[in-house]
Design a protein around this ligand. Sequence first.
Ligand SMILES: [Fe+2]
Length: 338
Amino acid sequence: MTFAPDFVSNGEEHDCAGDLPFAITSPSHGDLNQIRGWVYDQKSALSRVLARNGAILFRNFGLTNDHEFDEFIKAFGFPNFTYAESLSNAVRQNRTERVFTANEAPSEVSIFLHHEMAQTPVFPSKLFFYCEQSAREGGQTPLCRSDVLLNVIEKNQPDFLYKCENLGVRYSNTMPAKNNLESGQGRSWRSTLSVSTPAEAEIKLQTLGYSWQWLEDGSLRVTTTVMPAVRTLLDGRRVFFNQLIAAFKGWKNEDNDRNKAITFGDGSAIDERDMGRVSDSAEVLTFDMCWETGDVVLVDNFLVMHGRRPFKGTRRVLASLVGSDEHSAFGASTAKLY
Ligand SMILES: [Fe+2]
């Protein structure tokens, strides 16, 4: 029997959040060879849909474990972006070379909307998620189109957007001495920076252009250079590509105070009321991806923010990151350098 999934969504009108993600469902499970062949055949159609909609759901394909998920990803031929090399501050565990557990933070913790690793100079262009086991309750993955959000901010908060575009932002965070599984951002400085000694850490930080401070308990506080808060895609769409929402809503554990976690590039404070309005606008635009076991979602990290709702029961969602290639890059940014 041929493997012929249906492109379910009507492909033309996709500027509103309700059409996110574009769904592709299969009437029956395929075997791994059929699935890989289908991906290979549909690659250019899938790329077009992803660039337009920002996320694609693959449902009922019949992927049953992490290794099959790994094979599915490989069929796309994208460059891998390894967790070990990344500067992500989340604690994760690898299943295969390219597949790892999504954020291990406790089930009652919300992971707020963010672009993966937008607070660091190196970030993936795309993300794959695979639902190995759906939660008994909750555990949706909120998805929000960043270009649509930017248009709303421009309409409702033009002065705030002007500052974001012209000043850029700086991120600060404290990396613990040891991995802290209780936190959504508990990855140790040794693991984050792929080093084993403070001297090696300082060399790496210098290369990144970060400033830093060692704290008495052995943790490390770092601040980035000025980074753009708004970026332009190669097709001209502007996106709110930063970590502002996640920082203002979520970065408030004992190590990381949100009011100090992000400032504008000139060091001035970002008004919490402005961020409250941005966050409310994003919530209105957000689509909650309700997982069924076996689902895969491919997300364009430049175009769509994601997060995680709290959940009950066991939820295992695996992830894999894609590096950048010549087809997935930003155009020029407008942030000034301070
Ligand atoms: Fe994430």
